[in-house]
Design a protein around this ligand. Structure first.
Ligand SMILES: Nc1ncnc2c1ncn2[C@@H]1O[C@H](COP(=O)(O)OP(=O)(O)OP(=O)(O)O)[C@@H](O)[C@H]1O
Ligand SMILES: [Mg+2]
Length: 360
């Protein structure tokens, strides 16, 4: 819904409006003045930092109703007024109360909290969702609820279901996918005999363990995300007729291959190269030098990262690969290939007549 372009905002001077703040997007405030000839107004925020913004165009103003200012709904479709301003204001107020999930019908909007300590979202709360019926009705919006409803729809309709996770870089897509997979694994292992449960849990664990391996080779530090996926992922999660998790198939697409060679300022190439160089055993075995000697590793002049940066994490990735079933010899070959790539990338060539000679 948008405001009628013929609206005369003079009648709203002194009243509450939503306005588009350059720093904070739509926020609530008071329209202090309005210039009818230029059709622009000045607003002062009543909260969110109290900014004053001038020369606001009509399209950047929206009359606010007192009652919609503090409206809090779990599903945005239930809001009395639907407009960018009211929707954003609602999710923002929820976010500051540590409520990061809000529904829009069957869609779950998640705002990245950048912390795993919010009590209502701890894994220990998961059983409350799992105990519900086919559709989550009593618990707050969550990716768990989306996973729960989808699982039951799959079982009830005996048809494949899809969950699409989208958002900009750093929004939390990869983390949301892991949350969904963990929930599905746990949900499918709730019934059946101990043997059934054990088997479903084992598959769930294997699926979760694929993340460190995939991320080591396909994720990198960017200026937006310390663990940015540089590839798209299509995951098929398989259940048997009784609803037990029996396997998964992951297809990758559009890997950013240039990141093997170089990275922009403040960024890194793939995590795996740094992990390899953190491993004392690999350095010795493959005759590797210290990290800054490798031009690709140091291309972005950022050798360190919060994640995937220690010998311990190298060991975790190697163990994860072992647990998902990759033979030790293949794992060693993978690290060896990386060592070769690192050395090869340090080779320079000098012109020699019509050909060239490598130098180091
Ligand atoms: N639900 C969450 N709870 C807590 N922290 C989160 C959550 N989701 C994301 N984060 C934090 O934000 C970071 C970025 O999230 P994530 O890697 O999932 O983004 P992304 O959308 O996959 O980005 P990209 O497109 O760059 O791969 C995570 O490393 C984590 O620190
Ligand atoms: Mg990602």
């Amino acid at each position: 819904m948008s405001v009628d372009p013929t609206t005369d905002f003079t009648k709203y001077v002194g009243s509450l409006v939503f306005f588009k703040c350059p720093k904070r997007s739509w926020i609530a405030g008071v329209l202090e003045s309005y210039d009818t000839s230029k059709k622009t107004g000045t607003c002062k925020a009543t909260r969110d930092g109290g900014d004053t913004v001038t020369k606001l165009k009509q399209s950047e103003l929206y009359p606010a109703r007192e009652e919609s200012l503090d409206e809090d709904v779990d599903d945005l479709l239930l809001m009395t007024e639907l407009h960018d301003s009211t929707l954003l204001d609602t999710v923002r107020r929820r976010y500051f109360k540590d409520v990061i999930y809000t529904n829009i019908g069957a869609i779950v909007v998640a705002l990245n909290p950048f912390k795993y300590t919010i009590p209502r979202y701890l894994d220990s709360e998961m059983p409350k969702y799992q105990e519900e019926g086919d559709v989550i009705e009593k618990n707050l919006p969550h990716s768990w609820a989306c996973a729960h409803n989808t699982y039951h729809e799959m079982r009830n309709e005996a048809r494949n279901q899809s969950i699409l996770v989208s958002g900009e870089s750093g929004a939390g897509k990869t983390e949301a996918s892991k949350i969904v997979m963990k929930y599905l694994g746990a949900l499918s292992a709730r019934r059946g005999t101990d043997k059934d449960k054990e088997a479903a849990l084992a598959v769930g664990t294997k699926i979760n363990l694929s993340s460190p391996a995939l991320e080591a080779f396909g994720n990198a530090k960017t200026v937006r995300n310390d663990n940015s996926s540089r590839f798209g992922k299509f995951m098929v999660i398989k259940f048997d007729g009784k609803g037990f998790l029996i396997g998964a198939n992951i297809t990758k697409y559009l890997l950013e291959k240039s990141r093997i060679i170089t990275a922009g300022q403040g960024e890194r190439i793939y995590h795996s190269f740094y992990l390899l160089l953190r491993s004392k055993q690999c350095r010795e075995k493959f005759g590797l030098a210290e990290d800054k000697k490798y031009r690709t590793v140091n291309a972005g002049q950022t050798l360190n990262n919060k994640e995937y940066d220690t010998e311990e994490e190298f060991n975790e990735v190697t163990q994860a690969m072992t647990k998902v079933g990759i033979p030790a010899a293949s794992i060693e070959s993978m690290w060896k290939v990386l060592a070769g790539v690192l050395n090869f990338e340090n080779v320079d060539f000098v012109a020699d007549g019509e050909g060239c000679n490598p130098t180091t």
